[in-house]
Write a protein of this length. Sequence first.
Length: 201
Amino acid sequence: MIIFSTLKSALVTKSKGPFFFTCNFSISPKSLINIFDAFSAAFIITFRFAEIDFIKIDVQGAELDVFKNSESVLQSVALIVTEVEFVPIYTDQPLFGDVNDFLSQKGFVFHKFLSLQGRALKPTIYQNNAAFPSTIMWADAVFTPNIFELDKHSKNKLLKTAVLAHLYGSLDVSYHMLKVFDDAAGSEYADQYAFLCNKGP
């Protein structure tokens, strides 16, 4: 299985304004796109990867631009974990709704948030902690192939999604992917998986 993750680069963006306790940087999201495009193209060509199975991405507000410039890569992806924002932390950045809309058009569906992060509005400080998440501002979001359109995906992709979903604690998704695989292949992986999960360590 191919695991492909963007680098969490030091090249980050300028904070939108003085309303939240955030850090200020000086590079816009757009400047990251050419860097990512060149990196991903060279990476795929160098290692002769025909397909990418998994994307984990955090590029400080430029995630949607990266996805738009990587549409051919998305066709084979079994799971996406991406940072998303709910308020505009960076200048002219897309928010969760924009990312969700685009990925849904590409055959993915939002599954869950792994973490919810935020800050308090200035000048309020909760519990002597300037990073207290009174206002939820960003999170890591998990997207899976659309569970209502799994007939469009290969059996191989179903198995990869099952494995990756298990790693992120989504046992229901893993079971569902295996059940759809079983229905197509005449196997019994879903029942075996359920038995092992119920049995425990």
